[in-house]
Design a protein around this ligand. Structure first.
Ligand code: HEM
Length: 482
């Protein structure tokens, strides 16, 4: 059944989201004496519903985008568009109800009859935006239904524009809404939403069509151009949005929000590598007669990574950016892991191995042990003097990333397993000892960072085992045929 097949990997993000929320501590309901607390089901259900809403909106946009790129396919795709628009509408309504339950700290069943809930929805800014989202979903659904009858290109284009605007509405609910100094944050987030919707949704629908009836070269070429523009816009708008909310280098590494942002940057870097491979290798292969299997293999990997990025984004929106200027030289375990392992691993997939630096592959113990020592150092860096804190953060970040990069140079060598195993074993121990010494992170954060590190190392080890051992410096890291 196509609806289930479209982008099924995107749903992997749901369990990951639970782990991220648990690791960052936002699944716990804060109990403040004298104040009512939101029910646990609301606290868990809210981000999960948001994830479903976002993915359903992306898939609806993706169906309409593909119908606009190749109008001949419209009759086939519109039924899937309608199905996803229904899921989107239900998830938006569920999200609105859960938000009211969260704000009023009342169980879901109680808010249906609650007069305050009606007042909240009709009279507050948040309530009106939530209502606007539900109404926009209804309009998209009605237009898609109309399209099934008319199949006119103009109607597809209008439905796509409306769906994009509806997908971007949640940006108005960002921290602060569309007011005062938050205009840049809100607008950049709306652009981010729209570009990610076209990119994620379009890719999922193209993968579905390719799996169902083989590669469609014209469509794939057209989408590839759109996807390139979307990646650039998504990266630009995401970085702009992040820099508006995180105003000092320390905020990127000392807060859960900044650490998840680093995770997203690493994921985006790998996705760029995948896109490059898609354009340079897979599309020419399809032009030469390939049926599209490499495209599907790559698209499955891309969808999995997109799920990680979306889960991290929703984690960020739950954690929230820091409210005051962060000027403390402190590294969260997730930030350390991303700087030392995540970003170098992403760079490994994007760049050539230099052919002038051979010692890390001959002596992999050195970069591996150095990396663990530096991770410990970063855990115990705790300067709170404003002047030295930012310098310490920048210097330690560069040192972690550089040492991580040296470590990646051993991944294609003869003793790559030794190198990977040393860090796989050492990393959780180092993070745990660092936390015992400083006591500055929570144990779920340490567990989350260790799990992320192990996950990346397992992925690298799997790929590394299938690659030829070092010597060729002309090799790019991604190999979709594996
Ligand atoms: C350079 C890379 C990226 C950066 C810097 C970035 C940054 C951001 C920021 C700052 C937000 C706002 C979070 C908040 O509400 O406080 C956001 C939201 C979002 N991002 Fe990204 N992003 C990047 C890449 C991606 C990618 C690759 C995807 C998916 C494929 C993605 C999907 C999303 C989604 C779905 C949201 C909205 C989540 C929600 O609140 O419903 N981002 N991003």
């Amino acid at each position: 059944m196509p609806v289930r097949a479209i982008g099924s990997r995107l749903w992997w993000g749901l369990p990951l989201l639970i782990v991220l929320l648990w690791g960052t501590g936002v699944l716990l309901v804060p109990h403040i004496p004298g104040l009512p607390a939101a029910p646990q089901t609301t606290v868990v259900g809210l981000p999960l519903t948001k994830y479903v809403r976002d993915c359903a909106s992306f898939l609806t946009v993706g169906c309409l985008l593909v119908a606009a790129l190749q109008p001949a396919l419209a009759p086939r795709i519109l039924r899937a568009a309608a199905t996803w628009a229904i899921v989107w509408l239900l998830a938006s309504a569920g999200f609105a109800a859960l938000t009211v339950s969260d704000v009023l700290a009342k169980p879901l069943q109680a808010i249906i009859t609650d007069a305050n809930a009606r007042q909240f929805t009709g009279q507050t800014y948040t309530g009106r935006v939530l209502l606007a989202q539900v109404i926009a979903c209804c309009l998209v659904l009605a237009l898609v239904g109309l399209l099934a009858i008319t199949h006119r290109f103009l109607a597809v284009a209008i439905a796509l524009a409306l769906a994009l605007a509806a997908a971007a509405i949640p940006a108005l609910l960002g921290h602060g809404g569309l007011s005062g100094g938050h205009v840049v944050a809100t607008m950049s987030l709306a652009v981010h939403f729209a570009s990610v919707a076209c990119w994620v949704g379009g890719l999922a629908v193209i993968a579905w069509l390719t799996a169902a009836s083989g590669a469609n070269l014209v469509l794939i070429r057209r989408f590839s151009t759109v996807a390139l523009a979307c990646v650039i816009i998504a990266a630009e708008s995401g970085l702009l949005n992040g820099s508006v909310r995180l105003t000092t280098p320390a905020a990127f590494v000392a807060t859960a929000y900044g650490s998840l942002l680093l995770l997203k940057v690493a994921v985006l870097a790998v996705l760029v590598g995948y896109g490059w491979h898609q354009r340079q290798v897979v599309i020419p292969g399809i032009a030469a007669g390939d049926r599209g299997k490499p495209l599907l293999v790559l698209a499955a990997g891309e969808a999995g990574l997109m799920a990680v990025a979306i889960a991290a984004a929703i984690g960020m929106s739950r954690v929230g950016p820091p409210v005051t200027t962060v000027s403390v030289a402190y590294f969260t375990p997730v930030a350390t892991t991303m700087l030392a392992i995540g970003l170098p691993a992403a760079a490994y997939t994007l760049t050539h191995q230099p052919n002038w630096l051979h010692w890390p592959s001959r002596l992999p113990e050195i970069p591996a042990v150095l990396l663990c020592i530096l991770a410990f150092e970063s855990a115990v860096v705790q300067s709170s003097s404003t002047s030295s804190a930012q310098a310490a953060v920048i210097a330690t970040s560069i040192a972690l990333a550089a040492c991580g990069w040296l470590w990646t140079l051993s991944w294609d060598g003869q003793r790559r397993l030794t190198s990977l195993a040393l860090v796989a074993i050492g990393w959780p121990i180092v993070l745990a000892i660092g936390n015992v010494v400083t006591g500055s992170s929570s144990w779920p954060q340490v567990a989350l960072a260790s799990a992320l590190a192990e996950g990346i190392i397992v992925l690298v080890a799997r790929r590394s085992m299938q690659r030829p051992r070092i010597s060729s410096s002309s090799q790019i890291g991604i190999d979709v045929h594996q």
